[in-house]
Design a protein around this ligand. Structure first.
Ligand SMILES: C[S@@+](CC[C@H](N)C(=O)[O-])C[C@H]1O[C@@H](n2cnc3c(N)ncnc32)[C@H](O)[C@@H]1O
Length: 343
């Protein structure tokens, strides 16, 4: 499939299902054409979110220690491919296991992975919940709101067997809070690599924070606005490709090589940048609070926050809701590479 032969009926039907965001009675992938159209478009957009997460992990110096990946709820398999590519391909990993309750999805994802990583052992036949083998690095992408309670517990049983987890979801209020609640449930068994600047309970569940959620925005590839295929796709699909909100969670059983400092903080969501200051929701061990960063404290940062995603971790001091000192600890994410297919 290419851009000229996109199966729009399939894309419209799939999008309507994604927007409904509830457990489907049965797999919605009807055939290879559904998966190919999704892989070229919506999955690639999800891939840009993965690129942002994986750039952050590289900037933090984090790598998983295991050599096998399980992509659960794989769909066309974009998440597993992005992870393996970013972390060194078949030189880093021996095995990719793919699972989805749709056999068509598993077969499509396995074929794409085998094409992308010759030499990697790619398995897609059996349900990992049916065996007790090691799970390695568990990759989960855009699945949470499709799971009924029992399926969710099945997934969490796999999380309990994983050595590390990278989990990326859409940055909506409901899913972002849901993932944060899972983070609190899992933080006793794992070290939280990201996004949290602390290991304390999540501040989202304090009184008064019900309207907030943990989410970030990935930058789209710089060449996107000049690419007529994507411009046409965005118009036809009614999707804003400039806005790529995501929520994410990265867990590791191994101790963190560089845990966040006690005065570490992170910006949540999109900052409001006004003339004299930027205002944002700040997350730190003490909880969440609205903070103002006056231009006179760091004019260059205020300006940068208007255009670029914030750094992943700051050290800051504040008094009365005003930042008095701020320093980026994990550097601002470098600008994204041109649209990255897989390799
Ligand atoms: C929105 S798609 C995301 C696909 C892929 N992870 C991605 O990020 O592009 C959700 C996927 O979860 C799968 N899924 C839904 N419920 C499932 C379940 N109970 N067990 C396994 N896979 C499931 C669907 O078949 C679908 O492929």
């Amino acid at each position: 499939m290419d851009w000229d032969s996109l199966d729009w009926d399939a894309l419209d039907r799939l999008r309507a299902g994604f927007l409904a965001g509830r457990p489907a009675d049965e797999p919605y992938w009807r055939n290879e054409s559904d998966l190919a159209a999704y892989d070229l478009t919506y999955a690639e957009r999800i891939g840009w979110k993965w690129d942002a997460v994986l750039r952050e992990l590289a900037a933090r110096g984090w790598r998983p220690r295991c050599r096998s990946v399980l992509d659960w709820g794989c769909g066309s398999g974009v998440a597993g491919r992005r992870v393996i590519t970013a972390l060194g391909g078949a030189a880093t990993f021996d095995r990719l296991r793919l699972w989805d309750h749709s056999p068509a999805a598993r077969a499509f994802a396995a074929r794409r992975a085998a094409e992308t990583f010759p030499g990697l052992d790619v398995a897609h036949e059996s349900d990992p919940s049916d065996d007790a083998g090691p799970v390695g690095l568990l990759v989960i992408s855009h699945v949470l709101n499709e799971l009924a309670a029992e399926q969710r517990e099945q997934l969490l049983a796999l999380v309990a067997r994983a050595e590390a987890v990278i989990w990326v979801e859409p940055g909506t209020h409901a899913v972002g809070r849901d993932l944060a609640a899972l983070r609190d449930r899992l933080r006793g068994d794992f070290n939280v690599v990201a996004p949290c600047p602390h290991a304390a309970p999540c501040g989202l569940f304090a009184d008064g924070q019900e309207r907030d959620w943990c989410h970030f925005f990935a930058p789209p590839p710089p060449a996107l606005p000049a690419d007529p295929r994507w411009v046409r796709f965005a118009q036809r699909a009614g999707v804003d490709l400039r806005s790529l909100p995501y929520s994410f969670l990265v867990l590791d059983r191994a101790p963190l090589a560089s845990p966040p400092p006690p005065d570490g903080g992170r910006l949540i969501g999109r900052p409001d940048v006004m003339k004299p200051y930027a205002r944002f929701l700040g997350c730190e061990a003490a909880g969440l609070s609205m903070l103002e960063l006056p231009k006179r404290v760091d004019g260059a940062l205020v300006k940068a926050l208007d255009k670029h995603p914030p750094a992943a971790l700051y050290r800051w001091r504040h008094a009365g809701g005003r930042i008095t000192e701020i320093e980026a600890l994990v550097p601002a994410r470098p600008s994204p590479e041109p649209a990255n297919a897989d390799a």
